[in-house]
Design a protein around this ligand. Structure first.
Ligand code: BGC
Length: 316
């Protein structure tokens, strides 16, 4: 029997057939087009699942279970999404609607997208075999996934383990969730790009302007790192500040969960040790107990987009 993992994102719906050895037999994606009614998105999820099964000459009866990772507040017990800031969803019965669309008899479980990414990395990626993991997805938003004793920590009710929506700076930058000063508003790729635009705008001589071709709308998360490498002081100050935000956030969660390892995922991980070395150096200083306590290593996740699919499949 096979399991299906679905990673529902603001941009794409990705689905894969996952085998016993956490191998992906086939995976595919379609655009989410999140502005549509939720029912239409869910119909597309069902079509995507049927299409990957058909390509492997399988049917829904060959599936032992389906797992879905979805951004936002997830009610794992009812399979509903009470609220998703990323998809602009409110009270969407995601699992029941998908079950109906697929006429599936197998179980369908849901969890937050970052929870699934953390579980995927713990099953088959950078934290394989590790029991206690905290993972941050650094993308448009900041997702948080917490694995305790090999299992996702959901919290007793929907909306637990939302590490990206804890306060880093009281009264700070506006967050997509309507609050102010969240970790997401400082440590996401979106926040880095916003700050890079501001810094380059104030400093016309900064190389970041040239790397954008003079158009700050073309700023991306790589440009500050490239400019820093070429000796640009404005970019260096910006990136160092970004490391400070991220390290302070990670230290808070190490003090809460004291995991074996901390993982980061998202495009910014292409920076590899240019990202993790300065963060690990800071973490040693910032955690409660300093070097007298166990300080987990910060590593980059290794499964990329597949983490969410593998993790979701492992919900069932
Ligand atoms: C959402 C989280 C999600 C994260 C990554 C945040 O804006 O609130 O639930 O895990 O983005 O997609």
């Amino acid at each position: 029997m096979y399991r299906i993992g679905i990673d529902l994102g603001g941009t794409n719906i990705k689905a894969g057939i996952v085998g016993e050895g956490q191998n992906i037999l086939r995976e595919k994606f379609v655009p989410t087009l999140a502005h549509r009614p939720a029912e239409e998105v869910i119909i597309d999820m069902a079509k995507l699942v049927l299409s990957i099964l058909e390509e492997e000459s399988l049917g829904i009866r060959d599936v032992a279970g389906i797992g879905i990772g979805c951004p936002g507040m997830i009610d794992a017990k009812s399979g509903e999404v009470p609220y998703s800031n990323n998809l602009c969803w409110e009270n969407v019965p995601l699992a029941p609607l998908l079950k109906k669309s697929l006429r599936a008899e197998c179980p369908i479980k849901i969890s937050n997208d970052a929870n699934c990414a953390a579980l995927g990395e713990a099953k088959a990626g950078a934290a394989k075999g590790v029991s206690n993991v905290v993972l941050f997805t650094l993308g448009t938003g900041v997702g948080g996934g917490v694995i305790v004793d090999g299992r996702i920590f959901e919290g007793a009710h929907a909306g637990g383990a939302e590490l990206g929506h804890t306060t880093l700076i009281m009264g700070g930058e506006e967050c997509t969730c309507g609050r102010k000063g969240c970790v997401e508003a400082y440590a996401s790729a979106t926040a880095l790009i916003r700050d890079a635009r501001r810094a380059a705008g104030k400093e016309p001589g900064s190389l970041m302007n040239a790397l954008c071709g003079g158009d700050l709308d073309r700023m991306n998360g790589k440009i500050p790192f490239d400019a820093m490498e070429q000796g640009d002081k404005t970019a260096k100050a910006l990136v160092e500040r970004y490391f400070d935000y991220l390290a302070e956030s990670v230290a808070n969660f190490v003090n809460l969960f004291r995991p074996d390892v901390v993982l980061l995922s998202g495009g910014i991980c292409n920076q590899g040790r240019n990202l993790t070395d300065p963060l690990n150096e800071r973490l040693g200083r910032l955690c409660f107990g300093g070097k007298k306590a166990f300080v987990p290593e910060i590593r980059c996740a290794t499964l990329g987009n597949l983490a969410g699919i593998i993790g979701a499949a492992n919900l069932v």
